[in-house]
Design a protein around this ligand. Structure first.
Ligand SMILES: NC(=O)c1ccc[n+]([C@@H]2O[C@H](COP(=O)([O-])OP(=O)(O)OC[C@H]3O[C@@H](n4cnc5c(N)ncnc54)[C@H](O)[C@@H]3O)[C@@H](O)[C@H]2O)c1
Length: 303
C-alpha cells in the first residue's frame, strides 16, 4: 500500500503506528502534480482518493480549493486509467447535497452546493462518473456526512466543530455555537468510517454507485456542545454561547443509511457518546498543555 500526501494538513505523526510496516510506502507528493500521482500509483490495484483542503478555506480562497479538488481529481483519474487501476474509490462529501430538501437525505437527493468547496466536490464526483461512462474506469463514490475522532483538526481554519469545542472546554473557555445550535449533522466515528471504506472497495455490488456514509441519526450541534460539557463536568447553560451563523452553513444533514446498510450490513460500532469520550481521551493524551492547544484554535476560522 502506498500513501500519497503533501502533508499540508495531514501529519506524518498520524501514520507513525503504521511506519515500518513492510507493506506500506509513504510518499510526500501533491496530487495537483501529475508526476507525483504517476509515481505513487505504480503497483496499486485500487486508488482511494481522500485528498482535500477544507471547506472553511474555500470561503476565503475559492480558486485555490477548486484547483486542488478538480485538477487533483483529474490527475488521479488520468493516472488510474493509464496505469490500469482496477478500482477508483472516490471520497465525496454530503456538502454536495446542500441543506436538506427532504430528510433523511438519500443518494437521489438533489445536489445544491452552498459553498465553493461543495461545488468543487460536485465537480469531482461528476468527473469520476464521467470517467466510468467514457473510459470504463470502475468506480464507487462514498459520500460521508460528518466524520470525527482522534487525529481530527482543531488548528486555525482547519479546525472542526468537535475538536474545537474539546480544546475550548479543556481550557474552561465558552463553547461557541455559530447560529442557533439547531443545525443538525450526522456524525460517524472515524474508525467506523475507515472500516467501511475498506469494505466498500471489496464490494462488487457497490461499483458505479454513490453511497452515503452516515449513521442515519441526526444530532443538533447544541447537543454536541452538551456532550463535550458533560465530559469536562461543565455547566452547559453557562459554557455554551451563541454567535451569528457562519455563511453557507447548511441547516440539516441527516443521511439515509439504507444503501450503506444493504451493501455492507453496516452498523456503527461506536455511539456518539462513546466517540466523543474517545476523542476527549485522545486530546488529553497529546503532549501539549491545554493552553498550547488553545493558542492554535481560531474562533471564527473561515474569515
Ligand atoms: N471530515 C469530515 O467530516 C468529512 C465529511 C465529508 C467528507 N469528507 C471527505 O473525506 C475526505 C478526507 O477528509 P478528511 O476530513 O480526512 O480531511 P483531512 O484534511 O484530514 O485529510 C485530507 C488529506 O489530504 C492531504 N492533501 C491536501 N492537499 C493535497 C494535495 N494537493 N496532494 C496530496 N495530499 C493533499 C492533506 O495533507 C490531508 O492529509 C475528503 O474527500 C473530504 O472531502 C470529510
Amino acid at each position: 500500500m502506498t500513501v500519497l500526501d503533501d502533508f499540508s494538513n495531514g501529519k506524518m505523526a498520524h501514520l507513525e503506528v503504521l511506519r515500518g510496516h513492510p507493506a506500506l510506502t509513504i510518499v510526500r507528493g501533491d496530487i495537483t502534480r501529475r508526476e507525483d500521482v504517476d509515481s505513487a500509483i505504480q503497483g496499486c490495484s485500487t486508488l482511494i482518493h481522500l485528498a482535500v483542503l477544507c471547506l472553511r478555506e474555500s470561503i476565503k480562497s475559492p480558486h485555490r480549493i477548486t484547483n486542488m479538488i478538480v485538477d487533483g481529481t483529474l490527475n488521479c483519474l488520468e493516472s488510474a486509467l493509464e496505469s490500469g487501476t482496477e478500482l477508483f474509490v472516490n471520497c465525496s462529501s454530503s456538502e454536495a447535497y446542500g441543506s436538506a430538501v427532504y430528510v433523511p437525505m438519500d443518494e437521489k437527493h438533489p445536489l445544491n452546493p452552498e459553498t465553493p468547496y461543495a461545488a468543487a466536490k460536485v465537480a469531482q464526483d461528476m468527473f469520476v462518473r464521467s470517467y466510468g461512462a467514457t473510459y470504463q474506469l470502475p468506480w464507487v463514490t462514498i459520500r460521508p456526512f460528518n466524520m470525527y475522532g482522534p487525529n481530527s483538526h482543531w488548528q486555525g481554519f482547519r479546525g472542526e466543530l468537535i475538536p474545537k469545542m474539546i480544546v475550548r472546554a479543556m481550557n474552561l473557555q465558552p463553547l461557541i455555537i455559530f447560529g442557533d445550535g439547531e443545525q443538525r449533522r450526522d456524525f460517524l466515528y472515524v474508525e467506523d468510517a475507515a472500516r467501511a471504506v475498506v469494505e466498500i472497495a471489496a464490494t462488487q455490488k457497490a461499483r458505479g454507485q454513490c453511497v452515503n456514509f452516515c449513521t442515519g441519526n441526526e444530532t443538533p450541534v447544541r447537543h454536541i456542545a452538551e456532550l463535550v460539557c458533560r465530559e469536562f463536568n461543565l455547566d452547559a447553560e453557562r459554557y455554551i454561547q451563541y454567535q451569528d451563523a457562519r455563511p453557507g452553513d447548511v441547516r440539516r444533514h441527516y443521511g439515509d443509511v439504507s444503501l450503506f446498510k444493504s451493501l455492507l450490513g453496516f452498523e456503527p460500532s461506536v455511539t456518539l457518546e462513546q466517540g466523543i469520550k474517545k476523542t476527549v481521551e485522545w486530546f488529553k493524551s497529546l503532549p501539549y498543555a491545554p493552553e498550547e492547544l488553545l493558542l492554535q484554535e481560531v474562533l471564527r476560522n473561515w474569515e
